[in-house]
Design a protein. Sequence first.
Length: 171
Amino acid sequence: MRFHDYSATFSRSRRLLFRAGVAGAPVIIALALAACSDTPAPGDDPRADPRNADVVRRGAEVYAQNCAACHGAKLEGQPNWRTRLANGRLPAPPHDDTGHTWHHPDHVLFGIIKNGLVPPYAPKNYESDMPAFSGKLSDDEIWAVLAYIKSRWSREVLPVRAEMLRNTASR
Ligand code: HEC
């Protein structure tokens, strides 16, 4: 994966959302109706299934204990999360629709949570406050927390995510 250019991806997703909202509204509505509550994206992993209530419940507990302190109890992220801190690091972004977590395929998110922001997810020696959870959480717990995060994405975001990941299949 190329290192995430936050500002570029952000404006790109804004454009996509705009296009989805204006030009693609009928398509989005049709997709949403056809797929009911979900639109699978390329690379969706069955281990992070947002429709599996047991896994989502477990993930919510993992999230509350390990992630909420930084990413917010409601997945809202830290204030001014796009602005670097005095030490040059970035604050924790939201995991809800307003962030960019949904821009990434499941295996990338799994890797970031397990290993932290190290290559190939970030440049070598990249400094970040995002911890690596490999020693703390089992793989099952990481998939569960991902299922929980995905369960919070709205119907508006899911088709946009699917389109985005089709266009950037290698990320
Ligand atoms: C100590 C604070 C802290 C904790 C605890 C924490 N994070 Fe993070 N997380 C961050 C920061 C800060 C970033 C952004 C780092 C950067 O971009 O340099 C981040 C980034 C991420 C990203 C990348 C998002 C993207 O779109 O690029 C994911 C995914 C993530 N965190 C998931 C989690 C999960 C899941 C947990 C709990 C298991 C967790 N984090 C716990 C601080 C934290």
